[in-house]
Design a protein around this ligand. Structure first.
Ligand code: PLP
Length: 457
């Protein structure tokens, strides 16, 4: 990197002095100095040294319509001018929250028709967990309090959400998980966890493991199964063919609620409005955040359908749950505008959107000839590049080589954000990305792969 400007150095020292970062080991960060992102437009970020960076991760999987959209600025300003804040307690609402709830009910699959707002994905997950418990209490089945989730799932970082997460590294620092949560293996992703089994056999194994767990706990004690349609933060891992309809069938067989955590897969990421539609299932509960507002405002929601929505909505007693900022008018106005833009610009489900997804897949697959690349996988505009030492045996590089991290650093230093989870490089570009920008992304990814191969020798 070139000589850093004074303002960058100033921010770095201030940051090192006072600022704790999420999911970060601080000594390492302070040693190298934080990178300041100072602006963003379309699919590009700009840092405090004026470097332009193609954001292959849409922020943290959220900027569906890209950055700096002027219509969004106007929507936020208008809402803030007219109604900067009011709450939803005391039998009040605001037009933005009410209209957004109706819009979510329209866009979500199947019978989903009641919406509760929160501010982050984790808050939505914690809320859904509480509402599921409340539902079973209302139904007179208070014994149904056990939740089944998957190994390597990510559901957020508040106490319940981190407990539901099956990334075990998240637990010891905080004495988690809480009781009543069961993580079932194997992780439903064939390439990494299928061993010698065919995809079909592996799918059988994944589904059977859930059924075994249900029977072990006792079906009458199980409240819900929760899963990400495509596992995201665990390493962009799509499930084996046929997995989700079979999980849905298991839930129906045992009367268990099916909860899809669509914080990443919601709002167009898979090519459908929701990942559940992509996999042809109808969950009882969907948690969502990120793409709901394209990250322009922090907002999330729990959307419920069928009996759960009915039971909670018809109960005469007060539902003792909610947040000061549930249905914040500015956040809801921005989310409504975001959805309007996605609809108007045909970012989901149109021929143009399908062509963009096909181009993304085709271009990314050109990287499969690279010596470091074991697998390329895509679902909609989600992409994963698996780094391996041996393409045939899928042997991985030793952890201490930190190949994924090295590759990520080469990306960043050459103007591309690509995230890594272990040996998996992950892509999740804004849905507005053009073919030229996809070309640039893939070119930069290849350069980073070349530099990584050179570095590890
Ligand atoms: N659920 C899933 C599936 C996620 O991917 C995430 C975040 O990446 C969350 C929940 C937590 O969202 P937040 O970071 O907004 O709390």
């Amino acid at each position: 990197m070139t000589e850093l400007s004074n303002r960058t150095k100033f921010w770095q020292s201030q940051d090192a002095e006072h600022h704790l970062h999420p999911f970060t080991a601080h000594p390492g960060l302070r040693e190298r100095g934080v990178r300041m992102i100072t602006g963003a437009k379309g699919v590009y970020l700009e840092d405090s040294e004026g470097q332009k960076i193609l954001d292959g991760m849409a922020g943290l999987w959220c900027a569906q319509i890209g950055y700096g959209n002027e219509e969004m600025v106007q929507a936020a300003a208008e809402a803030m001018r007219g109604l900067s804040y009011y709450n939803l307690f005391f039998m009040t609402s605001n037009p933005y929250a009410t209209e957004l709830a109706a819009k979510i009910a329209e866009k979500t699959p199947g019978h989903i028709n009641q919406v509760l707002f929160a501010c982050s994905g984790s808050e939505a997950v914690d809320s859904a967990y509480k509402l599921v418990k409340y539902y079973w209490n209302l139904k007179g089945q208070p014994n149904r309090k056990q939740f089944i989730a998957r190994e390597r799932a990510y559901h957020g970082s508040t106490t319940v959400a981190a407990s539901l997460s099956g990334l075990t590294g998240m637990h010891p620092q905080f004495d988690l998980p809480i009781e009543g949560i069961h993580h079932v293996g194997p992780t439903p992703h064939h390439y990494k966890f299928g061993g010698d089994l065919s995809e079909e056999e592996f799918c059988d194994q994944c589904v059977q493991a859930v059924e075994d767990k249900i029977l072990e706990i006792g079906p009458e004690n199980v409240a819900a199964f929760v899963g990400e349609p495509v596992m995201g933060a665990g390493g962009m891992m799509p499930p084996p063919e046929g997995y989700w309809p079979r999980i849905e069938a298991l839930c129906r067989k045992y009367g268990i609620l099916l909860w899809c955590d669509e914080v990443i897969t919601g709002w167009g990421r898979t090519g459908e409005w929701f990942g559940s539609t992509y996999y042809g299932i109808q969950p009882d509960i969907i948690t969502m955040a990120k793409g709901l507002s394209s990250g322009y405002q922090p907002i999330s929601a729990v959307a419920m359908g069928g009996d759960i929505a009915h039971e909670i909505a018809k109960s005469d007693e007060e539902m003792v749950h909610g947040f000061t900022y549930s249905g914040h008018p500015v956040a809801c106005a921005v989310a409504l505008k975001n959805i309007e833009i996605m609809e108007r610009e045909g970012l989901v489900g149109t021929d143009e959107a399908k062509a963009r997804i096909a181009y993304f897949r085709e271009k990314l697959e050109t990287l499969s000839d690279h010596p470091l690349v074991g697998q390329i996988r895509t679902v909609g505009l989600l992409g994963g590049i698996e780094l391996v030492k041996n393409k045939e045996t899928k042997e991985l590089f030793p952890d201490e080589l930190d190949v994924g991290f090295k590759c990520r650093e080469h990306c960043f230093n050459n103007g591309l954000v690509m995230r890594h989870v272990g040996n998996s490089m992950i892509l999740c570009p804004p849905l507005i990305i053009t073919n030229d920008e996809i070309d640039e992304l893939v070119e930069k990814a290849r350069l980073a792969l070349d530099l990584t191969a050179k570095e590890i020798g």
